[in-house]
Design a protein around this ligand. Structure first.
Ligand SMILES: C[C@@](CO)(OP(=O)(O)O)[C@H](O)COP(=O)(O)OP(=O)(O)OC[C@H]1O[C@@H](n2ccc(N)nc2=O)[C@H](O)[C@@H]1O
Ligand SMILES: Nc1ncnc2c1ncn2[C@@H]1O[C@H](COP(=O)(O)OP(=O)(O)O)[C@@H](O)[C@H]1O
Length: 280
C-alpha cells in the first residue's frame, strides 16, 4: 500500500480583545477575549508508520515530549486506548513565543487529525475538553472560527462575526519572544509607561484592547516604542499587541502595507519578522 501523506493546517490566532478579570486561586487568570483564526498556519504532515515520531527543523521548537503535538498524541492515546502509528512532520510558519498560539494550534490540530484518522468520532466539545489539559489556548483551536473566550481559556463560545473575516492585519515581530507566565505574573503590579496609549481603540467593526500590554511593555520598552511609532504612521488606524506578545498588529486604512514595512525596518529594527495576514 502506498504511504500517503496527509496534510493538516494549524492556523495562528490573534486576540482582538483580551481583558483580564482577575487572578484565580489556581494561579491562572480569568479572561474575556475575542480570538480569531488567521490564514497564517503551520502544517502537520501525517504518514503511517510503525510507531509515533515527530520531526521539526525549526530552531527553538523542541521535538521531545515537551512539544505540544507530542503532548496531544500522548493524551489522545491515553484516552482512546489506541496506539497512534503516525510519523508527524511539523512545518512551522507561525513564529513561536509570539502571542500567535502556534504551539497550541499544532496541539489542537493533532487532536482533530487523530480523531479523524483513528475514526474516534469525538465531538468538538470533547476534543476541546481534552485540549484544555494541554494548554489554555488549545480549546479555541478546535473550533477554528471567531470565538469569545472565558475562564482561563477553556470556555469557548463560537460567535457569528462575518464582518471580521477577510480583514487584513500587518503582523510585526522582533526577534525576541515573550514568556507567557511571566507576562501574567507581572500584570497586577504593572504601571503604564508615559506617552503610551493602552485604552481601547475603535475600528469600524469593533473595539480592540489588550490588558497584557501593561506588564509586557513595562519589561520590553521596545514593544511600547513600536506601538507608538506605528500609531504615528498615516496609514495605521490602530495598533496593538497580540496575546502576551511579542507580535504587534497594525490595522491599516487601505488594507495595504505599501512602504510601511520598509520604514518600520529602517526606523525600528532591520530584523523585524512580518506577515500580512487575513482573518479567516
Ligand atoms: C496569553 C494568551 C492569550 O490568548 O495566549 P499567548 O499570547 O500565549 O499566545 C493565553 O492566555 C495563553 O495561553 P497558553 O499559552 O495556552 O497558556 P498555558 O500554557 O495554559 O499557561 C501558561 C501560564 O500562563 C499563565 N496563564 C495562562 C492562561 C491564563 N488564563 N491565565 C494565566 O495566568 C499561567 O501562569 C500558566 O502557568
Ligand atoms: N509545536 C510547537 N510549536 C511551537 N512551540 C512549541 C511547540 N511545542 C512546544 N513549544 C514551546 O512552546 C513555546 C511557546 O510557543 P507558542 O505556543 O508558539 O507561543 P505563544 O505562547 O506565543 O502562542 C515555544 O517557545 C516552544 O519552546
Amino acid at each position: 500500500m502506498p504511504n500517503h501523506e496527509l496534510h493538516w493546517l494549524a492556523p495562528a490566532k490573534v486576540n482582538l480583545s483580551l481583558k483580564i478579570l482577575g487572578k484565580r486561586s489556581d494561579g491562572f487568570h480569568d479572561l474575556e477575549s475575542l480570538m480569531v483564526p488567521l490564514d497564517l498556519a503551520d502544517r502537520l504532515i501525517f504518514t503511517s508508520s510503525e510507531h509515533y515520531s515527530l520531526c521539526c527543523d525549526t530552531s527553538g521548537v523542541p521535538v521531545d515530549e515537551t512539544n505540544l503535538v507530542t503532548k496531544a498524541v500522548r493524551l489522545f492515546q491515553d484516552r482512546s486506548g489506541k496506539e497512534c502509528r503516525w510519523k508527524v512532520s511539523l512545518e512551522k510558519e507561525v513564529p513561536h513565543g509570539a502571542g500567535l498560539g502556534g504551539g497550541s494550534s499544532d496541539a489542537a490540530t493533532a487532536l482533530l487529525a487523530l480523531n479523524e484518522l483513528e475514526g474516534s468520532g469525538l465531538a468538538p466539545d470533547a476534543l476541546a475538553e481534552m485540549g484544555a489539559e494541554i494548554g489554555s489556548d488549545v480549546p479555541f483551536f478546535i473550533y477554528q472560527q471567531a470565538c469569545l473566550i472565558g475562564g482561563r481559556g477553556e470556555i469557548v463560545t463560537p460567535v457569528d462575526r462575518p464582518e471580521l473575516s477577510g480583514q487584513k492585519i500587518l503582523l510585526l515581530k522582533p526577534a525576541f519572544g515573550v514568556d507567557t507566565p511571566d507576562a501574567y505574573n507581572r500584570w497586577k503590579g504593572a504601571s503604564p509607561l508615559p506617552g503610551v496609549g493602552y485604552a481601547p481603540q475603535q475600528l469600524p467593526w469593533g473595539e480592540i484592547v489588550n490588558d497584557l500590554e501593561l506588564p509586557v511593555f513595562e519589561k520590553f520598552r521596545f514593544l511600547a516604542e513600536m506601538k507608538v511609532w506605528l500609531l504615528e504612521q498615516a496609514e495605521v488606524d490602530a495598533a496593538m499587541m497580540s496575546g502576551s506578545g511579542s507580535t504587534m498588529m497594525a490595522f491599516l486604512s487601505s488594507g495595504q502595507a505599501g512602504s510601511l514595512l520598509d520604514r518600520a525596518r529602517k526606523c525600528l529594527d532591520p530584523t523585524l519578522w512580518s506577515a500580512m495576514v487575513t482573518i479567516r
